[in-house]
Design a protein around this ligand. Structure first.
Ligand SMILES: Nc1ncnc2c1ncn2[C@@H]1O[C@H](COP(=O)(O)OP(=O)(O)O)[C@@H](O)[C@H]1O
Ligand SMILES: [Mg+2]
Length: 350
C-alpha cells in the first residue's frame, strides 16, 4: 500500500468527479483512471503497451516509493509510520451532497489547541459562506465557554443527546457560530453510555437529524481516547490532529493512530486523517522548527502547510466569548485559521 500525497489525492478526486465511470478496458486513446489492487486509484495515461503491463509498472513504482518513504521514516519512527501509512487516506466514497463533512479535532494530549482550532476553523469556514455547527464533546466545556455560555447553566447538553437520545437540535445554541453545548455532567456520559447498545454510534445517530442543515460539523473532543472520542471519530469523515510544536508527542500520535485503526476496522471505514496541524509554532526557536521537521519527515504531505503561530490573542479571545476572527478580525492570528480553512477547502474541492 502506498501513501497518497495531498496533491495526488486532490487530482484523483478531481478525476473521479469529472469521469464518473471510466471503462475498465482502455481502447480509446483517452486518459483513464484505474483501480489498483491495493485499493488506491491510480491515474493511467493512454496505453501504448498492454494495460496489464502498465498496471504492473505502476504497482512496482508505488512499491518502490513506499520502501523509500519507510526507510526515511524508520530513522525516527518506523513502526508507527508504517502503521499510520496503512490508514491515512483510504479511497472513500464521495460525500452525498446533502451530508455535512464531519471533522473531529482529536489528540489525547491536553493543551495542544484542539478547542482553539475547532472554534477558529469553524468560524473561518463560516466566513467563507459555509453553514457550520460546532459540537462540544469535552466535559470541561471550554468550547461552550469560548462562546460565552456557562456549561453549568445549560439545561440540556450533549449528555442528554448521547445518553437519553434527546434530539441534538435541542442543545444547539446560536451564537457567533451554532454550537451543541457541553455541560459538566458530560463527564458521566461514558459510564452512562457503557451499557447502551450501539454506544459507539450514539453521536452518528444523533447527527442524522441535522446532517443536511450544515456543510461542516466540527467536533471538539476531550483529551482522552475514551467513548466520547470514539463516538466523535465514528461519526466523522475527517480528523484534524493539532500538535503543539513545543511538546511534540510522537507517542501520543501513535496511540491516536491505533484507536483510529480500530475504528476504521470496526465502526467507520471512511474516517481518515485530514491533516496534522502544527500549533503554537514559534519560528524563532530551534525547538519548534525541529518539531515541524520531525513531523514532516514522518508524515510528509499529511502535515498542513498552514502554521498556527503562537499569539497571545488566542488566550484573550475565549475570555471575551469570541473566536479570534471576531475578537480581532484583522490580526495575524485570525489569518492563520483563514489560511487553514482555505487549505481544508482546497483538499475537498479541487
Ligand atoms: N496559537 C496559540 N498561541 C498561543 N496560545 C494558544 C494558541 N492556541 C491555543 N492557545 C492557548 O493554549 C491553551 C490550550 O489551548 P486549547 O485550545 O484549550 O487546547 P486543548 O483543547 O487541546 O486542551 C489555551 O489557553 C489557549 O488559549
Ligand atoms: Mg479543549
Amino acid at each position: 500500500m502506498r501513501i497518497l500525497s495531498r496533491k495526488n489525492h486532490e487530482r484523483e478526486k478531481a478525476a473521479e468527479k469529472s469521469e464518473p465511470a471510466p471503462a475498465p478496458v482502455v481502447e480509446e486513446p483517452t486518459a483513464a483512471v484505474e483501480e489498483a489492487t491495493d485499493g488506491f486509484v491510480v491515474p493511467v495515461e493512454p496505453a501504448a503497451v498492454p494495460v496489464e503491463e502498465e498496471l504492473a509498472e505502476v504497482e512496482e513504482a508505488a512499491a518502490a516509493e513506499e520502501t523509500e518513504i519507510r526507510l526515511k521514516a524508520s530513522d525516527l519512527l518506523a513502526p508507527s509510520r508504517r502503521d499510520i501509512s496503512d490508514h491515512l487516506k483510504p479511497v472513500k466514497p464521495e460525500q452525498p451532497v446533502d451530508m455535512a463533512e464531519v471533522i473531529s479535532f482529536a489528540n489525547q494530549k491536553g493543551g495542544v489547541a484542539k478547542t482553539t482550532s475547532t472554534l477558529n476553523l469553524a468560524v473561518a469556514l463560516s466566513e467563507l459562506g459555509n453553514r457550520v455547527l460546532c459540537i462540544d464533546l469535552d466535559p470541561q466545556g471550554n468550547l461552550t465557554m469560548s462562546q460565552g455560555i456557562d456549561p453549568d447553566k445549560c439545561e440540556k447538553s450533549m449528555y442528554d443527546v448521547l445518553v437519553d437520545d434527546v434530539p441534538i437540535s435541542e442543545v444547539i445554541a446560536h451564537r457567533e457560530i451554532d454550537i451543541a453545548v457541553a455541560s459538566i455532567d458530560l463527564a458521566g456520559a461514558e459510564i452512562a453510555m457503557s451499557t447502551k447498545i450501539g454506544r459507539e454510534r450514539s453521536l452518528e445517530k444523533a447527527l442524522g437529524e441535522i446532517h443536511s442543515e450544515y456543510d461542516y460539523i466540527c467536533i471538539d473532543t476531550p483529551p482522552s481516547l475514551g467513548l466520547l472520542t470514539i463516538n466523535a471519530l465514528t461519526a466523522s469523515n475527517k480528523v484534524i490532529v493539532p500538535v503543539q510544536c513545543e511538546y511534540l508527542s510522537m507517542r501520543g500520535l501513535v496511540q491516536l493512530q491505533s484507536t483510529l485503526k480500530m475504528i476504521q476496522e470496526n465502526l467507520n471505514p471512511n474516517v481518515h486523517i485530514e491533516g496534522i496541524l502544527p500549533t503554537m509554532f514559534d519560528s524563532r526557536t530551534l525547538h519548534a522548527r525541529e518539531a515541524v521537521s520531525i513531523l514532516e519527515e514522518n508524515f510528509g504531505d499529511l502535515v498542513f502547510k498552514s502554521r498556527i503561530r503562537k499569539a497571545v490573542k488566542f488566550a484573550e479571545a475565549p475570555v471575551r466569548g469570541a473566536s479570534v476572527l471576531k475578537y480581532d478580525p484583522d490580526s495575524r492570528a485570525a489569518s492563520y485559521y483563514r489560511n487553514l480553512a482555505k487549505e481544508v477547502l482546497s483538499d475537498g474541492s479541487s
